[in-house]
Each structure stands twice: as structure tokens, then as C-alpha cells.
Design a protein around this ligand. Structure first.
Ligand code: ADP
Length: 409
């Protein structure tokens, strides 16, 4: 019977998963899917790699569901689909590893307690990530679980890039720049090493442009700076998050507009960005199709902020050899890539319009000083690879470690 790794990326409204067969040094994708509509009417869908639906299940009534209730059908389906003891482990995307966790780690009670202390640093993501860990521990008490951190890839950023110009009391308490989207950047850095090994050793800026958006500056494949920082709210303008703003705005919202802390959080995380500026949608597809001038205004600001931050990161790198676009907008929105590239002509960026429209892997002209690439990201594959590696290193062919059985009660 083949052994398999399950990856989970648990958020507030969905739990994305992928199932991989555990091979020698590689993992073969068996299925991808999601539990969507959490908090409304949840439904579970598992698809084959070719997108054929393998299983779907919709809960009957609208109700707030626990992660255990939501994950149960997935685990039952895996057991039925692969056979009895097929699952070798679960790898989780955990957004914040704080100052302690800078590589994937087996989750036990001590690790879980430490990760729960980081909830205030990522209030929108970390509680959901950890709820999935706890649910799996209760549903499958012996099953090894591994946490992969979005912050880990940036752990070795130079001290100057990690610093925040605040009084030492605060920085000593852990207020520093951490950076996020690290699982995606690690995957992309690996792909670039395969596609263009010499380029990968140079000065590279990667643009992960999805609902959440950030840039990462890499030298020799390592992160030397990134636009998200203490939280995933900093840096680029995003779907609903504002990105960098004058900290005085936060004070003004509270002192003059009368918003309490919860309302400020809602405004900055959920009501700003593309959605806030356009007043229409956080979905780039909808904005690109809209004739409303506010949609154009939102896109202009989105592009402007990317271009400006690329300028800043190019300075941090001392020049630029390659620019990589990735994630929903970076991989699919040719017009956004072309606007960014046009504005970076001064840096030696020259986009090949035809290659860009065809979404080819290399979209810069042969004269371009900076190579421009489009690379699809795959955070699940990265999590599966780390989980498999950790299980192998710890010689855990069978799910016989992890949480104590008593957690099942
Ligand atoms: P996340 O994983 O952060 O939720 P994604 O990486 O899936 O986000 O990216 C979502 C964004 O990508 C949305 O703004 C969506 O509109 C945009 N997107 C997806 N496909 C296209 C497309 N074909 N053209 C333009 N934008 C697209």
C-alpha cells in the first residue's frame, strides 16, 4: 500500500489540501482540493491532478463548524481512497514561526504551545492554521504532523533588513521584520535554480502577487529583504489589505475617526487594498474587466506600489538580474506584468509583448538587461517535500509518534 502525505493550508473561509504519494526522493501528486464556504455552507471537493472531481460532499445546513467536523470527511475519504493506514503524516502551512522556528518542525505539545503564543503576530492566519493541527491531533492522535513556516525563508535576512526603528524595549520583545510568503519563495527559488542556475545565483526580485502580495529580494537564492514585515499587512497593496501606510493614519483612525481597535483591524485587513480603493472588488479579474474609473484607480495604485518597492529592493540588492512574477495575478494577469515592466524600463527591463500575452516562461526580450520570468508557485509541493524529508530523517515510516493518545479523549 502506498504511503501518502497530506498538506493542509487552513484559513478563515477555506482549508486547501493536497495529497502526495510518498516516493523515494520525490512526491507524486494524487489529489488537490478544498473545504470551502466555512462559516456559511461548507463543501468539500477532492480533485485528481487533471482536475476531475474524485469526491465532493456538502454539509446539509448552515452552521459554524469545528475544524474536526470539517476535516473528518477528508480523512475518511483518504482512508477509503488509499486504504487503511496509508497516511504517513500531515504537513501544515503555519504563517508565523516567530524568532524560534526557522525550519520545518515536528509538532508536539511544546511546539504547539510556542506557536499559540505567536497568534497576536498573525491574528488572521495563525489561529486557523493551529485549529487544523489540533483537529488532526484529535481525529488521528498518532499521526505525525509537521509545521512549515512562511517566515522561515527570511530568517537569514541581514540584521539591517530585520530592524524596525523603534525603542529597544520593543525590538527586544520580538518586534522586528519577519517577512512572509516564504514557502512560495522557497519553491520559486528552487524552480529558478533548475530553470536558470546562473541567474538564480544573481540578484533576483520575486513578486508573489495573489490576494496577499509581497516582493522578495534574493541574492544567491537567499532572501535578503522582503516587503511584508512584522505582520502580513505591510508592503504592497493587496486584495483587501492596505500594505504600507503612514503609522499616523492608524492613530488618526482611532483618535479622530473614532474607530476602536477591532474596527481599525477590520479596515486595514479586510476593507482596504483593491477592494477599498475601487469600492468594487478585491478580485483583479473583475477590476480589469470593469469600465468604472475607480477600478482603474485601484489598479494604477497597485502597480505603482509594486514598481516603487521593486526600485527599493533593487537598491538593497545593488542592481537587478532577474524579475520573477508568480501567484494568481503574477501568473495570469499579462497586462499587470506589462505595466510593471514598462515602468521599470529605466532599470533595463524590456518586456516581450507577444511572449507576455502567451504567458510564456521567459517574457523579456533578448536585449533586456533584466531577465523577466513567469513561474507558477506550488506551496503544497514545498510543504509535502519538507514533511517527507523530516519524516525520513526521523525514520518514521509509520504513524507511531506525535501527540499522546490522551488527546483523543
Ligand atoms: P491567494 O492564494 O492569495 O488567495 P491567488 O494566488 O489565487 O490568491 O490569487 C488571487 C488573485 O489572482 C485574485 O485577485 C484574482 O483575481 C487573480 N487572478 C486569478 N486569475 C486571474 C486572471 N486570469 N487574470 C487576472 N487576475 C487573475
Amino acid at each position: 500500500m502506498p504511503k501518502a502525505i497530506l498538506t493542509l493550508n487552513a484559513g478563515s473561509s477555506s482549508i486547501k489540501f493536497a495529497l502526495y504519494e510518498l516516493g523515494g526522493s520525490t512526491q507524486r501528486l494524487l489529489s488537490r482540493g478544498a473545504i470551502e464556504g466555512i462559516g456559511e455552507t461548507p463543501r468539500f471537493t477532492a480533485r485528481a491532478p487533471d482536475a476531475t472531481v474524485l469526491e465532493s460532499y456538502a454539509w446539509q445546513h448552515q452552521a459554524a463548524r469545528s475544524h474536526e467536523e470539517l476535516l473528518q470527511p477528508l480523512l475518511v475519504w483518504i482512508t477509503n481512497h488509499l486504504g487503511g493506514e496509508a497516511l504517513a503524516g500531515v504537513g501544515h502551512r503555519v504563517v508565523h514561526g516567530g524568532p524560534l522556528f526557522h525550519r520545518p518542525v515536528r509538532i508536539d505539545e511544546t511546539v504547539l504551545t510556542a506557536l499559540e503564543r505567536l497568534v497576536p503576530l498573525a491574528p488572521l492566519h495563525q489561529p486557523h492554521n493551529l485549529a487544523a493541527v489540533k483537529a488532526v491531533a484529535r481525529l488521528r492522535p498518532g499521526l505525525p504532523q509537521v509545521a512549515c513556516f512562511d517566515t522561515a525563508f527570511h530568517h537569514e535576512m541581514p540584521a539591517v533588513a530585520r530592524g524596525l526603528p523603534l525603542p529597544r524595549t520593543y525590538t527586544a520583545a520580538g518586534l522586528r521584520r519577519y517577512g512572509f510568503h516564504g514557502i512560495s519563495y522557497e519553491y520559486l527559488a528552487g524552480r529558478l535554480r533548475l530553470l536558470a542556475p546562473t541567474l538564480a545565483k544573481g540578484r533576483v526580485i520575486m513578486a508573489h502577487l495573489g490576494n496577499g502580495a509581497s516582493l522578495c529580494a534574493l541574492r544567491n537564492g537567499r532572501s535578503i529583504d522582503t516587503t511584508m514585515s512584522f505582520t502580513a499587512l505591510d508592503g504592497l497593496m493587496m486584495g483587501t489589505r492596505c500594505g504600507s501606510i503612514d503609522a499616523g493614519v492608524v492613530l488618526y483612525l482611532q483618535q479622530t475617526c473614532g474607530l476602536d481597535v477591532a474596527a481599525v483591524e477590520r479596515t486595514l485587513y479586510h476593507d482596504s487594498g483593491l477592494l477599498g480603493v475601487s469600492g468594487i472588488s478585491n478580485d483583479m479579474r473583475a477590476l480589469l474587466q470593469s469600465q468604472d474609473p475607480r477600478a482603474r484607480e485601484a489598479i494604477d495604485l497597485f502597480v505603482y506600489r509594486i514598481v516603487k518597492e521593486i526600485g527599493a529592493l533593487a537598491s538593497a540588492l545593488g542592481g537587478l538580474d532577474a524579475l520573477v512574477f508568480s501567484a494568481g495575478i503574477g501568473e495570469h494577469a499579462a497586462s499587470i506584468r506589462s505595466e510593471v515592466c514598462d515602468a521599470l524600463a529605466w532599470l533595463g527591463v524590456e518586456c516581450d509583448g507577444l511572449a507576455n500575452d502567451r504567458h510564456e516562461a521567459l517574457i523579456s526580450t533578448s536585449h533586456s538587461v533584466v531577465r523577466v520570468l513567469v513561474i507558477g508557485t506550488d506551496e503544497e509541493a514545498m510543504i509535502a517535500a519538507h514533511t517527507a524529508e523530516l519524516l525520513r530523517k526521523q525514520s518514521l515510516p509509520y504513524p507511531n509518534h506525535g501527540f499522546e493518545e490522551r488527546r483523543a479523549s
